[in-house]
Design a binder for this molecule. Structure first.
Ligand SMILES: O=C(O)CC1=CCC(=O)O1
Length: 263
């Protein structure tokens, strides 16, 4: 994996693009709140033939900070895809990454051939909960809330059996900057994509986790109900980040859609 950087919309973005061929449609991976694009590595490793773009959204990973809104984050994706000459991709986003994917589909339909919407909704959470989280992170940082976040991210089984991984992903969360995290929470709080998402007409799969306490299965089902002909899969025994708990299942779904759209 090579580290690549590009200034898009006045903000330096960290990304990785790898492609053996110009002929196939690429897959673009968009990460969640408090994570960077390494959360997709286990999925990407299982897709050797697929051209893959992974990127740290602004305020996360090695990307710069800058004003954050869901539409702005979608414009960043569009800017980077334009820079790389990519069109008609499969956009695979988890959680806020799924909101960005839906926003990109509305903003630049030419860039979106299909969607994998993992553990997300057309609207995530409510104002009161996000305001509480923003106040808490700005007052005392991420460390005091990290264990509660891990409860939402991972299943009971993962907590019981994967203590080293749990500690590593906890580090990923707590090393996120307070500004990047808080601004992203504001962007999620302020986004309601219900109207534009109802118009999505590309092949879409919505994926949830039976133990996801951040975007529970009912929210993912409601998202799937909004999108005509979308598929729904609720994976049993996983939490909010199936790309980390069961990367092989996510890779299979991405691969199925990729093969269908490359026929
Ligand atoms: O931290 C959480 O609650 C999980 C989450 C919500 C939106 C997102 O991207 O991650």
């Amino acid at each position: 994996m090579s580290l690549q950087f590009e200034k898009i919309r006045d903000t330096n973005l960290h990304y990785s693009f790898h492609s053996e061929t110009k002929a196939a449609k690429p897959v673009v991976f968009l990460n969640s709140l408090g994570t960077d694009f390494r959360i997709w590595q286990g999925v990407a490793d299982k897709l050797p033939d697929v051209p893959k773009l992974m990127m740290d959204k602004r305020g996360h990973g090695l990307s710069d900070m800058g004003a954050i809104s869901i539409e702005g984050l979608a414009q960043d994706v569009a800017g980077l895809m334009d820079h790389l000459g990519l069109t008609a991709a499969i956009i695979c986003g988890v959680s806020v990454g799924g909101l960005i994917a839906q926003s990109l589909a509305a903003l630049r339909p030419d860039l979106v051939a299909g969607l994998v919407l993992s553990n997300t909704g057309a609207k995530i959470g409510d104002d009161a909960t996000w305001n509480q989280r923003i106040d808490a992170v700005e007052a005392t940082g991420l460390e005091p809330m990290a264990d509660a976040v891990m409860e939402r991210w991972f299943s009971a089984e993962f907590h019981k059996t994967k203590s080293a991984q749990l500690a590593g992903y906890r580090n990923m969360l707590t090393r996120t900057t307070v500004e990047g995290y808080a601004q992203s929470c504001r962007a999620i709080r302020d986004a309601d994509l219900t109207v534009s998402t109802r118009a999505i007409a590309v092949p879409t799969i919505c994926i949830g986790g039976s133990e996801d306490k951040a975007t529970p299965p009912e929210l993912v089902r409601a998202l799937s109900d909004l999108i005509a002909d979308s598929k729904l899969e609720i994976i049993q025994g996983v939490g909010h980040l199936p790309c980390l708990e069961v990367p092989e299942i996510i890779a299979d779904h991405v691969n199925d859609l990729w093969r269908t759209l490359n026929q």
